[in-house]
Design a protein around this ligand. Structure first.
Ligand code: GLN
Length: 485
């Protein structure tokens, strides 16, 4: 088996037993990137030299035999909206251009402290706004399963890189589905933790009340390992939580007997691709056979989620993106005075989806419309959260499809933003409610494209979500399917 195809837990074990070195593993991954990324285009920036340097240091630490993190010496990829000190960070926007961050995001600092090797920065929709990676200001990423298809978004580069074995695992961010939907499209495991579980410090802000960092991996065991390294309170992020961090690997008992699984009736209505419904229903049957109790539940405010999200997220984005004024960093236009410098820098620097969101967000926050849109949306957001609170009185996890369809064709939805927004119809409510949720592969459609199963948990109960996902992997083989590249 080629080294680049290893999972994180396999690679970690081989490194620890000194069967392989981090230098060998990192070289194998870099070669895999060289052999495939002209087709997949997952990476915006590669960090060959620093990666090889980190691999050498990891080998020295491994040789010392000191206790260490399972990430030590493992090559990982990072979405390009995490600040990485001394490594170009663009957020796939021209407005950041060749921005060189002076410090690391906390999540990245934790990976570095654990001894992980950072191989590069992956492509995304500009400012993480999108569901297809086509909104990147640089180039679209292709789905390794079918290069004419989108990899999902916004963490499309990370999902494609994991699926194509161009890294052992990756980091993504999820504001409305951006870890889970691309994970589903590319046939990998993507976990959005509870809001506040992982520090947002040093993540380029999109919608701060929903943004969350999470692992994108080849299987659930890897997801548990990576979450372990990321989770915890950070004094630099006042919204990060003090809640105790569980032992996620220890939670993977394979046991789902008597577990109560909720299936929301509102998630199985028109518009879903029939093969998606079939695979998800099959997975639910599988859980039942393993001894879980299936409960039909209702999340009555589901139909408002997309509308509420596109008010709250755009409002927060319009405020967060006010800082890109061409003054302290990023693109600055040549203009005659200060106001023109602001205006032209922003006009030249932002792409059309980002401008659309800034305009929508400014509108819903403006005097006269605030009550009718923003305030109303916040009230409905509360109702959506209460739907989940009520449902979780009757069940331990909720199971749904991750996305209504498998990966669509590049270009298919670019002219219709509303169609694009509907890709997140099953993931968005979870961000509004701040809950943890994971997507894992549960089938292939007639075009041989991966289908994602979403498992939603109670606040801070990532352990149960991971346990359920892992138990499914133990009974099935979908997570081992790979694209032919
Ligand atoms: N696709 C959604 C959007 O465009 C979610 C993006 C995300 O989670 N970052 O806003």
């Amino acid at each position: 088996m080629s080294l680049f195809a290893l999972t994180l837990h396999e690679a970690s074990e081989k490194l620890r037993r000194r069967e392989i070195s981090s230098v060998e593993l990192t070289e194998a991954v870099l070669q895999r990137i060289a052999a495939t990324d002209d087709r997949v285009r997952a990476y915006l920036t590669l960090a060959r030299d620093s990666a090889m340097e980190q691999a050498k240091q990891a080998d020295a630490r491994l040789a010392s035999g000191q206790p260490s993190s399972p990430l030590l010496g493992v090559p990982l990829a990072v979405k390009d909206n995490f600040l990485t000190q001394g490594l170009r960070t663009t957020c796939a926007s021209k407005i950041l251009g060749d921005f060189m961050p002076p410090y690391d995001a906390t999540a990245v600092a934790k990976l570095r402290a654990a001894g992980a090797v950072i191989v590069g920065k992956t492509n995304l929709d500009e400012f993480a706004m999108g569901s297809s990676a086509e909104n990147s200001a640089f180039f679209p990423t292709c789905n390794p399963w079918n290069l004419q298809r989108i990899p999902g978004g916004s963490s499309g580069g990370s999902a494609a890189a994991v699926a194509a074995d161009q890294c052992i695992a990756a980091l993504g961010t999820d504001t409305g589905g951006s870890i889970r939907q691309p994970a589903a499209c590319c046939g990998v495991v993507g976990l959005k933790p509870t809001y506040g579980r992982v520090s947002r410090y040093g993540i380029i802000a999109f919608a701060s009340s929903m943004d969350q960092v999470g692992p994108m991996t080849k299987d659930t065991r890897d997801s548990a390992l990576l979450l372990q390294a990321l989770a915890g309170h950070d004094p630099a992020d006042s919204t990060s939580s003090n809640h105790a961090v569980a032992d996620y690997s220890a939670a993977l008992t394979g046991e789902v007997k008597n577990l109560r699984i909720g299936v929301p009736k509102e998630y199985f209505v028109g518009g879903m691709q029939p093969e998606v419904e079939k695979s998800v229903r099959e997975a639910i049957r599988q859980f039942e056979q393993a001894g879980a109790k299936i409960e039909e539940i209702s999340l009555p405010h589901t139909e408002y989620a997309v509308a509420v999200y596109y008010i709250v997220a755009t409002a927060e984005a319009s405020s967060n993106l006010a800082r890109y004024d061409g003054m302290r960093f990023g693109h600055r236009a040549d203009a005659k005075d200060l106001t023109e410098t602001y205006m032209i820098s922003r006009d030249e620097g932002f792409g059309s989806e980002v401008k659309r969101r800034i305009m929508l967000g400014t509108y819903v926050l403006s005097a006269g419309y605030y009550d009718a849109y923003y305030l109303k949306a916040q009230r409905v957001r509360r109702l959506i959260k209460e739907d989940f609170d009520n449902a979780f009185k009757r069940c331990d996890v909720i199971v749904t499809p991750t996305a209504p369809t498998t990966a669509f064709k590049i270009g298919e939805k670019t002219s219709d933003p509303l169609q694009m927004y509907l890709s997140d119809i099953y993931t968005i409510s979870i961000n509004l409610a701040g809950l943890p949720a994971l997507s894992l592969p549960c089938g292939l459609d007639n075009n041989n494209l991966p289908i994602g199963l979403q498992i939603i948990g109670k606040h801070f109960d990532e352990a149960t979500v991971l346990r359920v996902a892992d138990s499914y992997e133990q009974e099935t083989n979908w997570h081992n399917q790979k694209p032919k590249l």
